[in-house]
Design a protein around this ligand. Structure first.
Ligand code: NDP
Ligand code: 2IT
Length: 458
């Protein structure tokens, strides 16, 4: 296979990529995300190379406006003092205040934060809402911690973070390891320190104190609305298709629920240990009970449905991807599908892949899917329903209103339809050959680059 760099035609893109690799040499995920975007932007960049180069647009786009890194000390249940590292990457606020989730996972580092913040700029631009790109989190591992430990950690994390956020400045939300429980503790601490009820400072809040109906469901539901649009545009129906989903967290659960509502048969889900296969279709209420209530492992599914099968991960191909399916929805974490896994999925006849997670496919896997005519719904577009509904939560907070589930869900569906149209239009305009990955990047870039140029060199 030709290496990615050899295909680059624009001298400007080549030069910027080289600089980024030199300056951030240990940030593997960040370099991966930037490479994927810049390479797919070539048709637009070549057209306007002089203008972008004079404005150092790509250099500015790939350098965060600000990175905050801080100490998070907390006391565990045994009275022992622990220290974690917290981050907030405020990447780009040209079209609205920084907006993006917080991830609590032991793998969190600056490279992961920067790749997520970078992708968020483009995703947020596609939502049609006025939100810029940011991301944050910590290398704190919530697994096995008591509620009191989680609370103390969140309070310490917010004691520092609150200096840098606000409803018109930067609005965090959830991501891996951060759900309603954590957002509640974070909001409580913010409110106490600031002595103000600034509801719009966080999204994904509980319904009792400013949260929005359908935010919990939004990323998974949105993924399926996008998938349905993409399949329909290619004369394929979702109805009756076999689906496998990696992950069993917030995104995976509501992707499963909506896929089933739209007539698909979801036969497998997973966590980081292994996967379950249920030929009769996954019972999503059981998954909710295991993951949302008991915070257990996917293996526990067998306690409820003994006929199902569990497979531990035992190779570099996660076991869930060994199950044959028409549609694959990676909803766990980055780089879950490498080239070897992509080859297996294609061999098994996959028609479409929908990225519920951020960057779940390596660049080689993306290229392989596209070459083999697999319809690929890129995360920046397909999982944008979560942040889009966060923006709807912010609107309700500003208006001091609550909208019904049906109202929010309908708005979400319309946003996802509009996002698919943006990807499709760019694909057609630039003759990309059914490449919604490049389509999404180009559509988002056109908006962000214009905003940045209009606002001068800042
Ligand atoms: P959750 O914490 O609710 O669930 C994460 C799931 O992914 C769990 O099943 C977890 O398994 C699995 N997982 C996490 N890390 C790994 C890993 N290193 N290897 C294997 N499996 C792993 O997170 P979300 O559902 O919120 O997020 C899932 C993905 O979706 C992430 O990529 C996130 O960035 C993205 N996303 C989330 C949005 C949201 O609104 N929440 C919006 C848009 C994108 P285990 O329990 O074993 O760790
Ligand atoms: O990756 C994402 O888009 C999210 N984790 C959701 C961010 C948000 O602000 O709702």
């Amino acid at each position: 296979m030709i290496s990615c760099e050899e295909k680059i035609k624009s001298e400007y893109v080549k030069q910027v990529l080289k600089q980024i690799e030199e300056k951030n040499s240990n940030e593997v995920e960040f370099i991966q995300a930037v490479k994927e975007v810049l390479m797919s932007l070539e048709p637009v960049i070549i057209k306007n190379e002089k203008k972008y180069k004079e404005a150092a647009l790509l250099e500015r786009l790939t350098e965060p406006e600000r990175i905050i890194s801080f100490r998070v000390p907390w006391v565990d249940d045994k009275g022992q003092v622990r220290v974690n590292r917290g981050y907030r990457v405020q990447f780009n606020a040209s079209i609205g205040p920084y907006k993006g989730g917080l991830r609590f996972h032991p793998t969190v580092n600056q490279s992961i934060m920067k790749f997520l913040g970078f992708e968020q700029i483009f995703k947020n631009a596609l939502t049609t809402r006025p939100i810029g790109g940011g991301k944050g989190g910590s290398d704190f591992d919530p697994k096995g911690k008591s509620d009191m430990e989680i609370m103390r950690f969140c309070q310490s994390f917010m004691t520092e973070l609150q200096k840098y956020i606000g409803q018109d400045v930067d609005i965090p939300a959830g991501d891996i390891g951060v759900g309603a429980r954590e957002i509640g503790f974070l909001f409580g601490q913010f409110r106490k320190i600031r002595n103000a009820y600034e509801a719009g400072v966080l999204t994904g809040k509980g319904l009792e104190y400013g949260g929005s109906l359908a935010r919990k469901e939004a990323t998974g539901y949105g993924l399926l609305y996008f998938m349905r649009e993409m399949l329909n545009a290619n004369n394929i129906s979702l109805n009756g298709k076999t689906v496998i989903i990696s992950g069993s967290g917030n995104v995976a659960i509501y992707a499963c629920e909506k896929a089933q509502k739209l007539g698909a048969n979801v036969v497998a889900m997973s966590d980081s240990n292994g996967s379950i296969y249920d030929k009769n279709g996954i019972n999503v209420d059981v998954i909710k009970e295991i993951k949302e209530v008991k915070r257990g492992r996917i293996k526990d599914y067998l306690n409820y449905i003994p006929d199902a099968q569990y497979s531990e991960n035992d190779s570099d191909i996660p076991s869930v991807y060994k199950i044959k399916a028409d549609i694959v929805l990676p909803c766990a974490t980055q780089n879950d599908i490498n080239l070897k896994t992509a080859e297996l999925l294609v061999k098994n006849g996959v028609i479409a892949v929908g990225e519920g997670a951020n960057m779940p496919c390596t660049n080689e896997a993306v290229e392989y899917f596209l070459k083999n005519n697999v319809l690929l719904a890129p995360g920046k577009a397909a999982n944008a329903g979560g942040v889009a509904t966060s923006a709807l939560e912010m609107s309700q907070n500003s208006m001091r209103e609550y909208w019904s589930f049906e109202d929010v869900d309908k708005k979400l569906e319309n946003i996802m339809i509009s996002i698919f149209k943006q990807c499709k239009n760019a694909d057609e305009e630039y003759n990309l050959g059914t490449n919604y990955v490049a389509g999404a990047n180009i559509a988002a870039f056109e908006k962000v680059s214009e905003a940045m140029i209009s606002q001068g060199i800042i």
